[in-house]
Design a protein around this ligand. Structure first.
Ligand code: FMN
Length: 270
């Protein structure tokens, strides 16, 4: 078994998988270890995991996840949900007061879903499997919730595809540690410090994008000349699309009982 340090050092997001199945015993072992070994707010464990292996169901998830090819290739897809439904049903059954159907509840449960997802990731990676997270979970939050049959106050937060790697990607660089770590209080970086912090990342990131002929042509056409410009261009995190998705997420939270309804009760009667 790998150490945590070795497992982290070996991490790469994997987007090409061999067809080999992940044995059920391995899935059970990894999930059980992660559940038992991950901290949980109030030990209320406000998350659920949906395990998808059925190819037809993976096909639909592939569509909902913006047709990312590796969803079809990976033998296993796990959707991590912020889930207060189970706990709230239990509270009700025991005659306790209802709670957690508000934004703070959402935030706490979303944190739990992310924590458990990373423990599960480490468990698979330590055994030589590869994973890729899917941020598209938030873009299609409501539709994925419907497709997976999620009840009220239960929403998908993130998803991983899991399988035997069929590629060996380069390790993706991070900023130097001093970019993230502040001594006692936050130290705002100056322009010169930002230049220094981002120099290597800008160079390697831009080179990587420019090595992709389609992306290179799109950048030339759109007048995009740097990594920073790329990140908020129409091809990556387009600000308008991002704001629209943000609004959509808010509406989904409202529809699923995590936010008060937009209209006050007296207004709804009009
Ligand atoms: C929350 C989250 C969402 C992500 N969503 C996607 C995704 O939708 N598609 C994808 O190909 N990679 C996705 N990734 C993977 C990142 O692109 C990847 O972690 C990053 O580029 C760093 O590369 P590395 O994981 O190989 O170190 C996601 C990662 C995280 C943490």
């Amino acid at each position: 078994m790998q150490t945590v340090a070795n497992t982290l050092a070996g991490h790469r997001s994997i987007r090409q998988f061999k067809p080999d199945e992940v044995p059920q015993t391995t899935i059970d072992e990894v999930l059980q270890e992660a559940i038992a070994g991950t901290s949980s707010s109030g030990n209320l464990n406000s998350y659920s995991l949906i395990v998808t292996r059925d190819p037809a169901r993976k096909q639909r998830l592939y569509e909902l996840h913006g047709e990312q090819e590796f969803v079809l290739q990976a033998p296993l897809v796990i959707t991590f949900c912020a889930d207060w439904y189970r706990t709230r049903q239990w509270l009700k059954l025991r005659g306790a007061r209802d709670n957690f159907n508000n934004f703070l509840g959402y935030q706490v449960a979303a944190n739990e879903a992310m924590l458990i997802s990373q423990s599960v990731t480490l468990g698979f990676e330590a055994r030589g499997y590869g994973i890729c997270y899917m941020g598209t979970t938030l873009q299609a939050m409501g539709q994925i919730a419907d497709y997976l049959g999620l009840p009220e106050t239960c929403l998908p937060i993130t998803t991983i595809a899991v399988g035997v790697p069929d590629e060996q990607p380069e390790r993706r660089e991070r900023l130097p540690m001093r970019a993230y770590v502040h001594d006692e209080v936050y130290q705002k970086p100056s322009a010169a410090e930002l230049d220094d912090l981002y120099r290597a990342r800008e160079e390697s990131g831009w080179q990587r994008y420019m090595s992709m002929p389609r992306l290179k042509a799109m950048c030339e056409e759109g007048g995009i000349t740097s990594l920073a410009q790329m990140y908020t261009s129409p091809y990556k995190y387009d600000p308008e699309a991002y704001a629209a998705t943000s609004q959509q997420v808010l509406e989904t939270l409202r529809g699923r009982g995590f936010l008060p309804n937009r209209l006050a009760p007296e207004q709804t009667q009009e």
